[in-house]
Design a protein around this ligand. Structure first.
Ligand code: ASP
Length: 449
């Protein structure tokens, strides 16, 4: 059995939905289908989820929301017309949206999630209706009926453990199951959504609960690439990646799968196959627990901007027991997570995402570290970018760092810091923010050109 999830661009219009249905029906193992809300039809288009958020915000501010609501209904109506469906489905969708707006609510976040979830919910009803109209046995399944229960963290929910057992009942249902992504229910019965892009998480939870052979994640690219195609023309595709490599790459800016997506499948060792709805014969990229990494020790290169580094220096730091703990305790008390902590004998740098530190927090941390730890100097560097070179095979290969450093030196990129975790699955390079793109291109050329 396979779980397949289709993203927003695969659901954007009737033509795309037809492709989805032909992919699903071409393989009898594709029994469970998770759908996103219709996404962009063209670059400047608006996703239905964004329209729903706009509509909800207007309603909450007592502004005209009806125009947006009508536009949302029209998006579905157009799809239904192009699929030659009975008008009833559009009426049902319209009523569903009107009910969501008019039902009472006791907090704006609950109302917002109820509205956001409408995108996937109605898309799933529509796809099930279309398949049935083609004489294919299919049914829409509501996440509450299936037992997908989530924590009541609105817009940022996490799955509750009992959901996995509940969802096994989907196995016994007849026909193709069309399941809306992105939301579930709290134990008190409210609609709750995952973070944005969360339909991937729904697919992963279902794949894990049903212990399927593969979780197919259909999007609009043939595969994951070694580096960002916006920076490198025709970058090399990746046919296989491990969970750990994927996690490291998405941490540093790869935006293929939502960060939390892999956790449920990872726990059970279920492979993920990223594939293209517009080119279903392409094999795509497999994400698996292990891979044969002897041929290509470097799997991918990613980079991200927006970091800063607190640099602390104190003579004889290495002899002072508990120094690191005390610094981290200050960060903990300020609720600031840290990303990396490269150190020398007398200095330590703590790398933090800038978004976690406002000016007030920054001065408080600096002051406390200076005073409580009696350091010789403390400074903060702002324009820091990180480049990650990722690959499980680097562990067995001599000379990777040499090649990276050579590529950067030849292209005039200064390495401000370098860090390799003990697992050797990634090498982190701290460079000036303005150099991140150049660094990625230089390293790509060294290893893949
Ligand atoms: N429709 C939601 C979003 O745009 C969830 C998803 O597509 O995965 O974020």
């Amino acid at each position: 059995m396979k779980v397949c999830k289709f993203g927003g661009t695969s659901m954007a219009n009737a033509e795309q939905i037809k492709k989805v249905c032909s992919i699903v029906t071409s393989d009898p193992d594709r029994r469970i289908v998770v759908v996103s809300a219709p996404g962009k039809r063209f670059d400047s288009d608006t996703k239905i989820t964004d329209m729903l958020i706009d509509c909800a915000n207007r309603y909450l501010k007592n502004e005209d929301y009806e125009t947006v609501l009508k536009a949302i209904v029209e998006r579905y109506a157009e799809i239904a017309r192009d699929l030659k469906l009975n008008e009833q489905i559009t009426k049902d969708i319209e009523n569903n949206l009107i009910t969501r707006v008019s039902l009472p609510y006791n907090s704006s976040e609950k109302f917002m999630d109820r509205m956001k979830a409408a995108g996937e919910d109605n898309a799933a009803r529509l796809v099930a209706f279309y398949l049935e109209s083609q004489g294919i046995k299919a049914q829409y399944v509501n996440p509450r009926d299936a037992g997908l229960f989530l924590s009541d963290e609105y817009g940022n929910a996490r799955v509750l453990p009992q959901s996995f057992k509940n969802l096994t009942r989907l196995k016994d249902m007849e026909g193709i199951i069309i399941f809306p992504g992105f939301f579930g229910y709290s134990l008190s019965g409210e609609v709750v959504t995952f973070p944005r892009g969360g339909s991937d998480i729904t697919g992963s939870i279902l794949a894990a609960a049903l212990e399927v052979d593969v979780y197919e994640n259909f999007t609009d690219v043939d595969s994951v690439f070694v580096a960002n195609p916006k920076l490198i023309k025709d970058p090399k595709p990746i046919s296989e990646l491990t969970y750990r490599e994927m996690r490291e790459l998405s941490y540093a800016g790869f935006s293929v799968l939502h960060e939390e997506t892999l956790e449920p499948v990872f726990q059970r060792g279920i492979p993920v196959n990223i594939r293209n709805t517009n080119n279903p014969s392409a094999p795509g990229t497999f994400i698996t627990p292990t891979r044969d990494n002897h041929m290509n020790p470097v799997a991918g290169i990613a980079g991200d901007k927006g970091f800063c580094s607190i640099n602390i220096n104190k003579y004889m730091m290495n002899r002072e027991i508990g120094f690191g703990r005390k610094v981290l305790q200050i960060l903990e008390e300020e609720f600031v997570p840290f990303e990396h902590m490269p150190s020398g004998i007398d200095d330590i740098s703590i790398i933090i995402r800038k978004k976690y530190m406002d000016d007030e927090k920054k001065s408080r941390i600096m002051e406390r570290v200076a005073k409580e730890l009696r350091v010789d100097s403390i400074s903060i560097e702002y324009d820091l970018g990180l480049v990650m070179v990722v690959g499980e095979g680097m562990k067995h290969t001599v000379g990777i760092t040499h090649r990276i450093a050579k590529a950067l030196a030849l292209n005039g990129v200064n390495i401000r810091m370098i860090n390799q975790g003990s697992s050797e699955v990634s090498i982190m390079l701290g460079v000036c923010e303005d150099d991140v793109d150049k660094a990625i291109v230089s390293i790509y050329d060294e290893f893949f050109k």
